[in-house]
Design a binder for this molecule. Structure first.
Ligand code: NAD
Length: 502
């Protein structure tokens, strides 16, 4: 198959370069979701290529892990500069691969990835990998060291491709580990660009490697005995398989999984602000954000005003040419995902019998002709929803908001927590004390008060309950990529005399 739109074929990347091989078990296409046209051909990594990529990382580990943190930090800072200098070029790639508008990818996806790389480079330069020293008694003390884990696997989802790759590789490499990274088969384009940027910045060959393919390729990584840790982002059901496989070798895991997060509008909230929050929490990235606030709880007395405000604001959700800076709403990422989301909207209308306030399964009105074959769906709002509806219980991962009403704050806290997920939660209200009180009762790892979605490098993020294990980012994010060694030093010259005297 020929390359499309200037994108050359992708091959397994290890030992510092793409490695075409004749034993690739197959190939697949990356597709532009706005048009459904193929963009690039990707050659699936063969078992031998995967082994070679892991070997390349093993070969690079002794030198990289013993490179002083300050030197590693300088190299990673150069990668930050390259990412920022090439922001728009990389954003165009992400738009082509994900279907997210360029107005979004150019402002967020590379920026938030580069910020995290800069944060971890600064953290290790500033002593973030130092251990502690504990004085036990005048003659004895303990010191601890943070040691890298070895060769780690990063497995990404398709919604924030380069950001996920950076959120995993930044602390991994900063801590002195090497990585074999597998992007989602739906959004593989960024991986080779990132590998090339690391190389250009001075990251030694073999420290960052890329394998391509679907779940079977991921499973070869998670079950490989040379892999010390698996950092995974994806669905809960896949996460269970990945964690199960990793448990076989007692590997470390970080699991960043799905959610069904509650957004609670308190009775004293500014309706305008809360509606803005609800739109952001449901339609940004066309709803393909793990922390989406899809269960929007409003007081019964506020229902009508809230719905009216949402309807007024939804006019400003603009689908269209993804490279028009006025466009702020794109298609769904793939045909498979489009079918799933359309199925859930039909479920809401036909089986759950929720009230369709706006939207549905049609394409957004006014789409340019060339985009008619893309995976577009209107921003959709259901109201009169109840807790037992499928659309309220299951992650949809699309632009579908469910409005639910409540009478008392105790009731809304109980209902908000009535889910197996625990990724994110948020509260809107004027009484900040009340907001803190409600937030403290919500079972979620990532929470917001009077805002939604911002996830800066300094903020550790990770899900509770079935939404995940461990965190990414913040100081705690580095701890997930090291293991501790404690050493007790006895300076008195005496070993306990248990066996040398009567
Ligand atoms: P997915 O679980 O289908 O796939 C994720 C990755 O796992 C892909 O690279 C896939 O090829 C790979 N994979 C599939 N089976 C595997 C196996 N058996 N072993 C190893 N790897 C395997 O998820 P998705 O559809 O790509 O992503 C959407 C999901 O990701 C949503 O549920 C979303 O909430 C979640 N997500 C979570 C976060 C977070 O930080 N918590 C961030 C982004 C997305």
């Amino acid at each position: 198959m020929a390359a499309h739109q200037g994108q050359e074929d992708r091959h397994t990347f290890y030992a510092g370069k793409p490695q075409p091989s004749s034993d690739s078990p197959g190939q697949f296409s990356s597709t532009d979701p706005s048009t459904a046209k193929p963009v690039c051909t990707i050659h699936t990594s063969s078992p031998a290529s995967i082994t070679a990529a892991i070997q390349s990382a093993q070969d690079a580990f002794p030198s990289w892990s013993s490179t002083p943190p300050l030197d590693r930090a300088r190299i990673l800072q150069r990668a930050v500069s390259l990412l920022r200098a090439r922001n728009d070029e990389l954003a165009r790639i992400e738009t082509l691969d994900t279907g997210k508008p360029f107005s979004e990818t150019s402002a967020v996806d590379i920026v938030t990835g580069a910020d995290v790389l800069e944060y971890f480079a600064n953290l290790i330069a500033g002593g973030g990998l130092n251990g502690e020293s504990i004085r036990l008694r005048p003659s004895a003390w303990v010191y601890t060291a943070k040691e890298p884990l070895g060769v780690c696997a990063g497995i990404g989802a398709w919604n924030y491709p380069i950001q996920i790759a950076l959120w995993k590789s930044a602390p991994c490499l900063a801590a002195g580990n090497c990585m074999v990274y597998k992007p989602s088969e739906f959004t593989p384009l960024h991986a080779q660009y990132l590998a090339a940027i690391y190389k250009e910045a001075g990251v030694p060959d073999g420290v960052f490697n890329v394998v391509y393919g679907a779940g079977d390729v991921g499973a070869q990584l998670t079950s490989h005995p040379a892999i010390a840790k698996v950092s995974f982002t994806g669905q809960v059901s896949t996460g269970e398989k990945v964690a199960g496989s990793a448990a076989g070798g007692m590997k470390y895991v970080t699991m960043e999984l799905g959610g069904k997060s509650p957004l609670v509008v308190l009775p004293d909230a500014d309706v305008n602000q809360a509606a803005d929050g609800a739109l952001l929490a449901n339609f940004y990235s066309s709803g393909q954000v793990c922390t989406n606030g899809t269960r929007v709880f409003v007081p019964k007395t506020m229902k009508q005003e809230f719905e009216q405000t949402v309807l007024e604001k939804i006019r400003f959700v603009r689908a269209g040419d993804l490279f028009d800076m006025n466009t702020n709403f794109g298609p769904l990422n793939s045909k498979v995902h489009y079918d799933k989301v359309v199925g859930m909207v039909k479920q809401g209308i036909e089986k759950d019998k929720a009230t369709l306030l706006c939207g549905g399964t049609a394409q957004p009105r006014g789409l340019p002709g060339g985009l008619k074959d893309g995976y577009w769906i209107e921003p959709t709002v259901f109201t009169d929803c109840t807790d037992d509806m499928t659309i309220v219980k299951e992650e949809i991962f699309g632009p579908v908001m469910s409005i639910l009403t409540y009478d008392t704050v105790d009731e809304v806290v109980r209902r908000a927590n009535n889910t197996e997920h625990g990724l994110a939660a948020g509260v809107f209200g004027r009484d900040v004390n009340e907001c803190h009180t409600v937030i403290s009762k919500l079972q979620a790892g990532i929470t917001w008060i009077n805002t939604w979605g911002e996830s800066p490098a300094e903020m550790a993020v990770g899900g509770w309950k079935q939404s995940g294990v461990g965190v990414e980012n913040g100081k705690r994010g580095l701890e997930a990529w090291v293991r501790n060694k404690s050493t007790l030093v006895e300076m008195g010259g005496e070993v306990p005399t248990v066996f040398s005297k009567l």
